[in-house]
Structures are given as structure tokens and as C-alpha cells.
Design a binder for this molecule. Structure first.
Ligand code: GLU
Length: 470
């Protein structure tokens, strides 16, 4: 039974890299019909905040990555960590170390002077036949893990393939500080064990922690999970992802008008592939994501592609659902959507093709709901489109619209009125359609003008057509 986890530290928002890690761990569990666990690693009390925890939970919910178990909080598991440390001390897989800060600094200086890599020299490490010094007065000891001295620690990484470390390279890690609080690597190990995690999928900034964690698991007699380390996400320029590149909270993507499905599709393709498939649903991704075909090299963030995908998801979104998301944005912009005005769902349906984000869609919707003062029409547009026969053509068109039966207030009915007007006045479509667009929508280009007008109450259209600049 596959069990994966996402284990963020709540020291900041859920950013795009964390979101991808969460997505892959989630999808791997779903693919295998397993369990996805959410664990909040909040033991760094100075840097962890409830706001960050909330931001992570919000981001996960927005992306639709619901955990099957959790969130579990490490700070609520302190007794369990202490219990395991006590057991290790009894079993001899961990030991007290009374080195003071000064001693450690001296040790380090000495090793550096000799050109050696600084490391703990094992002076408090118990060995058969070794006599340990007497514990000094007034010093509170830390607890260190008794790491194997020889041999190696290796695993076959799900992403990176075989990885091996010499145990001699690994220090006797501090697993509890002198105040008794457990350290990061240790909590991860106990949690992965207790939560029966079978596959640890995380960022490759943790590769160096893995041999230490494996050794502690072995010392505990715990099963060792599989590990898969995901390469970083870089900016489009190949540099470390920064704020400027989009290393912002996933909720910022919501704010900026991206749909969660588009972001999930985008993140899924960021460092993973399934042939040439670019657009796929969450369900397809889950069906395909078996841990294979994850890229071994860093991926590059590509905003244009995200925007392209978002446009795709906007186009196929349900118009009523879009209306809800766009309404909130119009409200924020102070644009009223009156109940007797154009239906926002219909408006979204007409305009979504032209928008890459919900914010752009909301901006476009202004053309239906905004006040368009004809005097605000640019002089160049007036000269080009509102001279000559335009005024008479618009008046003739308005008269025909006013005379339509109520049941003919449809795109087809309006198209017929347009054609009649053109025929009667010997004009071509743009000579009427552009002036109408300018007066009703304030712009020269829109989707098909008959469908646009049909989406608006007749009284609104006639009122707008009755105005003229000057
Ligand atoms: N809490 C760690 C982090 O946010 C992740 C630990 C892990 O996945 O093992 O980087």
C-alpha cells in the first residue's frame, strides 16, 4: 500500500516549487490507490507562523490537493520524539555529548588548520573498551546519533537513480539539542516511520539528508522507504527561481487570474512528461504518473506556456463558473453587475477566447458593464469610423432594433437588422459594425457584434446607440 507525504515547513507561503512537490507526491499516491499525508514541520518555532500554515493549507485546497490524512503537526508530537530518543539512548544507538560550544569551535579551528573537513571527532561516542571522560558540571548534553563508521548508505532514487554515500562522510548527527528539543532530521525520520510512509518524494535540496535519515531508520529497526528527489525549478533564464520569476505564493496565481486546473496541468509538465502530451486533466495525470519520466535536470519556469494553458482552461470552463470568478474581480474593480443587465455567464462565454487570465476576462467584461462616454472615444477613431454616413447608419439600425419583436432579440434577429440596414444604405459591414462597437462597447473590435448585442438588454443597446460624441 503506497503512502506518500508532503511535509512543508510553515516558514513562508506555499510557493510554486513546494506546490509541484505536493502535486507529485499526491499524484503518486492517487495513481497507486494509496494514501497522501500532509505533515506540517513546524519545529522551527522562530520561523514558523500560523499564517504560513494557513497559507499552505489554502494553497493545497486551491490546487485541489486534499490530503487523506493530516495535517499532522510536529509540535504536537514532541512526546513521541522524546520517547524514541530515550529508547535509542538505552539501546546505545544514540549517546550524550557534553561538548561545549567553545570546544566545538576549537575542534573546528584545529581541523581547518590541518586542512581537514570539520567534523565531530567522536570524543563522547561510546566504543567497546573506550573510557569516556567524566561529564562536566553545569553543562547540558546534546544527544547524538551513533552513525555507522564504515560501509556506505545507498538507495536507488526514483528520480535520480543509484546514489551512494560513505558512512565515514557522515557526522554523528545531533538528534536532540541541549534543551531536549529534537532536531529536524530526527523528527522527519520518526514521522516517516510512524506514518508508515513508503515513498518520500521531495526536493533534491534534501539529498544530503537522506543517508542520515536512512541510517537512523535502520538503527530504529524501521523500514526504509523509497526516495525520489525532484530537481529544482529554475527561472526562464536558468537562474534560481526568484520572486520576479514567479516564485510567489500559489495564491498569487489565484489573485493573478489563473485557474487551479491550469496551474496543476502546468506544474505536472514541469519536470515530468508523458510523450508529447501538453494538455491533460488531473485524472489523466493521476492515471499516467507512475514516477517514471521525471526529469533529472532542473526545469525552467515558462510564463507564456502557463498563460497559454490558462487560456485553454478558460475556453473550456463552464461559463457560470467563470461568471462567479469574474464577478468577484469586477466587484473589486468597483464595476456593478446589475441583475437586469447582461448575463455575466454569457458575457464570459463571448469573451473568454480573448483572455489568458480571469483578470483579463474581467477587464474585457468592462465593455458590457462600464459606462462608455462617447466623448471618450479617441479622436482618431472618431475621424476614421464616426464620420460620413455612420451617424445615419447607426440611427437606421437603432430604429430597426427598436422595431424587432421581443422574441427576435437574438443574434440571428440582430444580424438580420444589420443586413437590412447595410442594404438600405449601401454600406459594407465594417462601416456600421465598428461605429456600433464604439458606441456600445467603447472599442473597435469585439467578437461577432450580433451575438454581443444580443447578450445585452435592448434598452441598454438603444440608450448607447442614441449617444454621439460632440
Ligand atoms: N520540511 C522540509 C521542507 O520544507 C521537507 C522535509 C521532507 O520532505 O523530508 O523543506
Amino acid at each position: 500500500m503506497v503512502r506518500t507525504r508532503f511535509a512543508p515547513s510553515p516558514t513562508g507561503f506555499l510557493h510554486i516549487g513546494g506546490a509541484r512537490t505536493a502535486l507529485f507526491a499526491w499524484a503518486y499516491a492517487r495513481h497507486h490507490g494509496g494514501t497522501f499525508v500532509l505533515r506540517i514541520e513546524d519545529t522551527d518555532v522562530e520561523r514558523s507562523t500560523p499564517e504560513a500554515t494557513q497559507a499552505i493549507l489554502d494553497g493545497m485546497r486551491w490546487l485541489g490537493l486534499d490530503p487523506d490524512e493530516g495535517p499532522f503537526y510536529q509540535m504536537r508530537r514532541m512526546d513521541r520524539y522524546r520517547e524514541v530518543i530515550a529508547k535509542m539512548l538505552v539501546e546505545g544507538t544514540a549517546y550524550h555529548c557534553w561538548c561545549t560550544k567553545e570546544e566545538l569551535e576549537a575542534m573546528r579551528a584545529e581541523q581547518e588548520a590541518l586542512g581537514m573537513k570539520p567534523r565531530y571527532d567522536g570524543r563522547w561516542r561510546p566504543e567497546p573498551g573506550k573510557t569516556l571522560p567524566a561529564p562536566p558540571e553545569g553543562v547540558k548534553p546534546v544527544v547524538r546519533f551513533r552513525n555507522p563508521l564504515d560501509g556506505g548508505t545507498a538507495w536507488n532514487d526514483l528520480v535520480k537513480g543509484p546514489i551512494a554515500f560513505d558512512n565515514a562522510e557522515l557526522d554523528d548527527l545531533i538528534i536532540a539539542r541541549s534543551d531536549g528539543t529534537p532536531t529536524y532530521n530526527f523528527c522527519v525520520v520518526v514521522d516517516d516511520w510512524d506514518m508508515r510512509i513508503t515513498h518520500v518524494i521531495r526536493g533534491d535540496d534534501h539529498v544530503n539528508n537522506t543517508p542520515r535519515q536512512i541510517n537512523i531508520l535502520r538503527a530504529l529497526g524501521a523500514p526504509v522507504p523509497e526516495y525520489g528527489h525532484l530537481p529544482m525549478i529554475h527561472g526562464p533564464d536558468g537562474q534560481k527561481l526568484s520572486k520576479r520569476h514567479g516564485a510567489v505564493s500559489v495564491m498569487q496565481y489565484d489573485e493573478d487570474g489563473y485557474l487551479p486546473d491550469a496551474v496543476v496541468n502546468y506544474l505536472a509538465r514541469l519536470g515530468w512528461s508523458h510523450g508529447d502530451d501538453e494538455i491533460f486533466s488531473r485524472e489523466q495525470f493521476v492515471r499516467w504518473f507512475d514516477g517514471q519520466h521525471v526529469s533529472r535536470s532542473p526545469s525552467r519556469f515558462d510564463f507564456d506556456k502557463l498563460r497559454w494553458l490558462n487560456n485553454h482552461y478558460l475556453k473550456q470552463a463552464d461559463d457560470a463558473d467563470l461568471a462567479k470568478r469574474v464577478a468577484a474581480r469586477l466587484e473589486r474593480a468597483g464595476v456593478a453587475v446589475p441583475a437586469d443587465g447582461p448575463d455575466l455567464g454569457v458575457v464570459c462565454g463571448l469573451l473568454k477566447e480573448r483572455a489568458q487570465t480571469l483578470n483579463e476576462l474581467a477587464d474585457l467584461a468592462h465593455m458590457f458593464y462600464g459606462e462608455h462616454d462617447p466623448n471618450a472615444i479617441a479622436q482618431a477613431d472618431r475621424d476614421k469610423h464616426l464620420g460620413g454616413a455612420a451617424r445615419e447608419a447607426v440611427a437606421g439600425f437603432a430604429a430597426r432594433l427598436a422595431a424587432l419583436e421581443q422574441g427576435d432579440w437574438t443574434a440571428a434577429g440582430i444580424a438580420a437588422a444589420l443586413k437590412e440596414t447595410l442594404a438600405a444604405q449601401g454600406l459594407k459591414m465594417p462601416q456600421l459594425a465598428i461605429p456600433v462597437r464604439l458606441l456600445v462597447f467603447g472599442v473597435t473590435q469585439t467578437p461577432s457584434v450580433d451575438a454581443m448585442l444580443a447578450a445585452m438588454p435592448r434598452a441598454w443597446v438603444l440608450a448607447r446607440l442614441a449617444r454621439w460624441p460632440g
